[in-house]
Design a protein around this ligand. Structure first.
Ligand code: CA
Length: 485
């Protein structure tokens, strides 16, 4: 090939490639973005969700200054697949990520040391997209998308990382002795530099995010603040426990852990305010999957089900978004949305052309939240793990089980999913089954499969929480102005 021709080809490639960095003008208006995720929190367990005993004043203020989603969904009722969907804006089944913690693939006790399981490296993350828009990026807290080095956050678009690679760890220091756990539970700064937290971990994560804000206040930044609270182990400080004298046992510890998380989030929000960044910063608060009531005493009232099953209590999560410069304040959005929607929404807010994002299942939410588009962003939402699957279309939800006939619910009229209408509407059952089949044709074969033993556990847990817990005496749902049906 002659030199002139190869120069021309390179020039065309350069012109056709997306800009690596946004222009200075674009940077002027690019919002900062902070995505805050809690871990295994209950649907009911926040003031803005109606709880009057647990204390979450800072998250409540965040909610009252933004939009609350009353039908906000995750892509899976367990930690890692849900994060894979959130992080890629795609149904994770499309790249084979259906399962969580499959022994032999992601387990520190296995001979494989978790080397195989993780977010496949050919998948782009939110952080990759935000880097493309010129953002400084950081991840704090729980990763749980692969223990092996090749899956590390700093290799997946994040400039900075302070957190742990696995799915849970202590909220206190393991100490500096030689009994430190496997590296998936150890706190890590950047890549490969392990150091134990200096204070109660939840507080430290808030402090780390605040520090990043201060260091990057002059340029757009994206922070993924993934608390492990209130996931097990149930550990809280004496001071926080003392705030709940009326509670006992796990529920008391849970309340204290949430209080600490709220304080850490308050720290981040205060820093934004002090730096004058509040107006043009998007802050999202949501949770990765429904509360596992049996493990951490979380409450998903008024929803049935828990973490790891496809009832609403496993899939529907507390979800708020605040962007004072652009979004209405103190309103509810009542159409189904998904955590998959965050990636294209962030990319679009940063000046990216979301219509060019290929293979993304999430939708840009802004025109829906502003009221510009009246119908909801999704014709249907799907979930699947092994044989178990669910689809939501409009007000209807079909759940397919491994061990019993499918069930059909009108979740608008029956959000607790107690009145199975499958016998009454067989035609609807058939058509929704077909929707699931058509969606499954878009999947890759699962990269890892769970054994029947784990499936059985998930199903028995669903059966135990098949009826929503009794309405808590401390619960008071406050409806807000709505800008959708
Ligand atoms: Ca979780």
């Amino acid at each position: 090939m002659n030199k002139l021709l190869s120069c021309c080809i390179i020039l065309v490639m350069v012109l056709a490639a997306p800009p690596l960095f946004a222009s200075p003008d674009e940077q002027e208006n690019q919002p900062n973005i902070i995505l805050i995720l809690s871990d295994d929190a209950g649907y009911d367990d926040f003031g803005f969700q109606g709880n009057t005993v647990l204390k979450t004043p800072n998250i409540d203020t965040l909610a009252s200054n933004g939009v609350r989603f009353t039908q906000g969904y995750v892509t899976d009722p367990t930690c890692a697949p849900s994060r894979a969907g959130l992080m890629t804006g795609r149904y994770q089944q499309k790249f084979g990520y259906q399962e969580i913690n499959v022994p032999g693939y992601m387990s520190p006790n296995s001979k494989y040391l978790g080397d195989d399981m993780g977010l496949p490296t050919d998948q782009r993350t939110i952080a990759d997209y935000m880097k493309e828009r010129g953002y400084a990026t950081a991840a704090y807290g729980k990763w749980h998308l692969g223990d092996a080095d090749r899956y590390h956050p700093t290799k997946r678009g994040f400039d900075e990382f302070y957190g742990f690679r696995g799915g849970d760890r202590s909220y206190f220091s393991y100490g500096a002795n030689n009994r430190l756990p496997h590296h998936d539970k150890r706190m890590e700064r950047g890549f490969g530099k392990f150091e134990e937290p200096k204070e109660y971990l939840t507080d430290q994560l808030g402090a780390e995010a605040s520090d990043f804000i201060i260091r990057h206040k002059d340029n757009p930044f994206f922070i993924y603040l993934a608390f492990n609270a209130p996931h097990t182990p149930m550990e809280a400080t004496e001071e926080d426990l003392a705030q709940f004298p009326q509670l006992k046992g796990k529920r008391k510890t849970y309340a204290a852990m949430l209080l600490a998380m709220d304080r850490a989030i308050g720290n981040v929000l205060d820093t934004l305010k002090k730096q004058g960044l509040e107006d043009n910063t998007i802050v999202v608060f949501t949770n990765d999957n429904g509360g596992p009531t049996d493990k951490n005493a979380s409450v998903n009232w008024p929803l049935a089900g828990t973490k790891s099953n496809h009832l609403e209590g496993g899939l529907r999560v507390p979800f708020v978004i605040k962007w004072p410069a652009k979004l209405p304040r103190g309103v509810d959005y009542n159409q189904p949305v998904s955590t998959m929607d965050l990636l294209p929404s962030f990319f679009s807010a940063a000046g990216g052309d979301a219509s060019k994002l290929k293979s993304i299942d999430g939708k840009v939410l802004w025109p829906y939240l502003s009221g510009e588009v009246k119908e909801g962003p999704h014709k249907a939402l799907f979930w699947k793990k092994d044989v178990r699957a669910a689809v939501r279309q409009g007000d209807w939800k079909l759940i397919r089980f491994a061990d019993r006939p499918a069930e059909l619910y009108n979740v608008k009229e029956d959000e607790g999913e107690q009145n199975n209408l499958a016998d009454k509407y067989p035609q609807r059952v058939r058509s929704m089954f077909k929707e699931i089949f058509a969606w499954e044709l878009t999947h890759e074969r699962p990269l890892w499969m769970l054994t029947q033993k784990y499936e059985d556990y998930d199903i028995s847990r669903m059966d135990r929480y098949r009826v929503p817990s009794k309405e808590p005496q401390d619960w008071k749902w406050v409806p807000r102005v709505t800008n959708s049906k």
